[in-house]
Design a binder for this molecule. Structure first.
Ligand code: SF4
Length: 423
């Protein structure tokens, strides 16, 4: 309900950060299942929640299911909420039936929700009990995707954090890339690191639950996503050393990210440059195609995905867009330090949300493009503003050199659509 003005992490001439604590319009952490279930291909996500949770998942992901489902919802019924049923017994029964029907599941995540938190269902205890029962076939873990005080990308952070205690220990020198990436992007990064002479390189989460990367004092950690605060804390607790850099979004971000990781691993700078050169050229050419449509246009970010700061940096520096306001649900100053240095010094950043006030600021500014959640997009479109759904940026491959042009295209599409409608 309040707004606080704070100083940014660096640069005394930089504008203050507007901190807001009011009504928020964001998805909950269950949404992360939509991209995580495609990533860890022998895992299953069992949400312990309500019919609302089931509807959210079905509407967000239903159209994307093309094979055996890898997630489901165990519905907490009214008699469960009233305490008239033994929830532990019911959960054991549901999990037993599921694993009997699906012996291919190697890792089962019990995902907590608002209702399971409200009735204080202890899913970590249930996971430990079920792991004892189903190992070695299946390991059962738990995390919370509840929407109480969280944003939708924190679901991935909570999921990866639940994996960290399961990782084997190792002192060996290696690079660990944390953050869920589509297969094509992971392959691009793995290829570039190999050409640069950097290795071994492991990714968290892995494609298969049986291929968990090791971690220890020889691990150099670099983040592919900016919302992994808890995962990073736990990996550092296991001995990993974090390298911070701008995130691998756009030609510039990808260059700086690869350089930081490679040099921290002791790679030869000239070899790293040579490995990156063709990708940089392709990324710049891909982005240049979209610049005429975006240059000089004004963009406003509502806080949603925590990708807002890296995206704003990309759109401002590589496409010439003007940043009206860059809202983000949460600012991790350490992880985003490299990004702040690249943002224009007059960028208005806001952290948290008071949605009515922010809507007023947005309407008054009348930007050319608004990046926001689904709940705000339709009303703003009806008011004549062009919008981009921030959640689409999590479902689409946006990292790396090869995706830079397509990423820019995601921002030209709403402007093209509006131009067509106005003809
Ligand atoms: S976890 Fe909470 S916010 Fe998310 S769908 Fe379920 S009830 Fe709604």
């Amino acid at each position: 309900m309040s707004a606080v003005v704070a100083r940014p992490p660096s640069g005394c001439d930089a504008p203050p950060i507007l901190r807001e604590r009011g009504q928020r319009e964001v998805f909950c952490g269950l949404t992360g299942i939509v991209w995580l279930h495609r990533r860890i291909q022998d895992a299953f996500f069992l949400v312990v929640g309500s019919r609302t949770c089931a509807h959210l998942l079905q509407s967000a992901a239903g159209v994307m299911i093309f094979a055996e489902p890898r997630f489901a919802t165990a519905i907490i019924e009214e008699r469960d909420l009233a305490g008239r049923a033994d929830m532990d017994d019911e959960l054991d029964r549901v999990v037993g039936r599921l694993l009997e029907r699906r012996p291919d599941i190697r890792m089962l995540f019990l995902v907590g929700s608002c209702p399971s938190e409200v009735i204080k269902l202890d899913l970590s205890r249930a996971a430990a009990r079920l792991t004892r029962q189903f190992l070695p076939q299946t390991r059962v873990l738990s995390y919370s995707g509840s929407g109480i005080e969280t944003t939708f990308t924190q679901g991935e952070d909570a999921c990866l954090a639940s994996l960290v205690p399961e990782l084997p220990g190792s002192d060996a020198k290696q690079l660990l890339v944390a953050g869920a990436l589509p297969d094509a992007v992971e392959a691009e990064f793995a290829g570039l690191f190999a050409q640069a002479g950097v290795g071994p390189v492991r990714f968290l989460p892995p494609r298969r639950a049986t291929e968990l990367p090791a971690v220890g004092p020889g691990t150099t950690l670099i983040l592919a996503q900016p919302f992994l605060t808890e995962t990073t804390r736990l990996l550092e607790g296991r001995g990993a050393r974090l390298v911070t850099a701008p995130f691998p979004i756009g030609a510039e971000g990808t260059t700086l990210w690869l350089q930081a990781a490679a040099l921290a691993m002791g790679a030869d700078a000239a070899r790293v440059e040579a490995a990156m050169a063709p990708g940089i050229a392709r990324a710049k050419a891909g982005v240049a195609r979209h610049r005429p449509m975006l240059e000089g246009r004004r963009i406003f970010f509502f806080p949603d995905s925590q990708l807002e700061i890296p995206l704003a940096r990309f759109l401002s520096r590589e496409l010439g867009m003007e940043l009206v306001e860059v809202g983000t649900p949460y600012l991790n100053r350490q992880h985003l330090a490299g990004e702040f240095e690249l943002l224009p010094s007059n960028t208005q950043i806001s952290e948290g949300q008071d949605v009515d006030r922010q809507l007023d600021r947005c309407r008054a500014a009348a930007p050319d493009l608004v990046v926001c959640g689904l709940g705000l997009a339709n009303p703003l479109e009806a008011e004549g503003l062009a919008t981009k759904w921030s959640i689409e940026l999590l479902f689409s491959p946006i990292h790396g050199f090869e995706q830079a042009g397509d990423l820019a295209g995601l921002f030209t599409r709403p402007l093209r659509r509006r131009a067509v409608l106005e003809v």
